[in-house]
Design a protein around this ligand. Sequence first.
Ligand SMILES: [Zn+2]
Length: 385
Amino acid sequence: MNKLERIDYPLKQQPNGDYLWLNLFRINSGNIGPHVHIQANVHGAELQGNVVIHELIDWFINNPFQGSITFVPFANPSAVNQKSGMYTQGRYNPVSGKNWNRNYIDLVNLDEGKSNFKLEKFVRDNISKEYCEVVENFKSALFNICDNIEKNPTDRAQHNEDGNFNLLLQKVASPADIVLDLHTGPVATHYIYTLDKQKDSAQYFKFPHYLIIPAAFDGAMDEASFMPWVQLSEEFKKQGSDLENNFESYTIELGSEERISFSEGRTDALRILNYLGHKKVHQESIIDLPSVDVKTCLLKDYRSYYAPRGGLYEFCKEPGESFKKGDVLAKSLNYKPVKNEESFKKAIEEVLAFEDGVVINHSTSASLAGGHPLYQVMENISSET
Ligand SMILES: [Zn+2]
């Protein structure tokens, strides 16, 4: 049996003086191998990752593996505790209005005064070193950049809540070779955001839907994790050498928000274990995975439908369901156009599909203003079984 260690970080002091804590769980195999960081519930209503982490901790306590693994369930206690009526809010910080998953920092592109780090110099100093040493040095550099920002903020805005929160998660994840950020959609199927270069590896998750994202920084945890390594290997190339980039990070969407399923959590944990086996974290063969039809598209073909008018909407297609151009995706009810028996039928309007596609998620609410998000769908899909 492997030992489970708990580490508590004071995350935020509330106005009454009490703290909210970030609770980390770490298991070290005692063997050399990759370090894995898995966090869940950065968005308040996206609960299912906490169940998956429970399954994974159970597995890692009881099975031999290589390397070490850190779990951060309930990664954003502010958000999960932010209730309004029966609903959990917590996608946006209610004070700043910012999305909790968009304030991570592009660590290697900060100005040197803030980070005390210059990528060009790092590569110059490491270019003739062994691969493993370069990787360890770079992980330490990432940790030190986070530490420098935290301890010596030259920018006073750095001390806002959004910055503090995201920076702490980045600091905790800095020793990782693999970062998995567990989210959910609104009412959604299972899908994964992956870099093009990781897409063969991503197939080991045995997920049904993959969105291919560009190697660019937009403030999310997956990007904040993989971009430093992408930029490191680019700088090596610029200085005339090749550095293999084995780092991988993903945003994993585990179905719908505001729900928990222990049986689905078991299957999703097996999917993650299957991927981690591929990454040499363990040597067990993972069985009982459901077979899936895999559908993939580029981020530019991940398209939104917005409510063409205000009204009450029935969603006629389920998450995961395919549709054809011209199919009815939704029906809305609104009495505004009704003046008499002739115009009565205008109370109902249909939303038709612009192109063929697959529904990935739809709004949680049936009551929508004009322009509110209705569906997100995949188009121009490439499929394999
Ligand atoms: Zn999310």
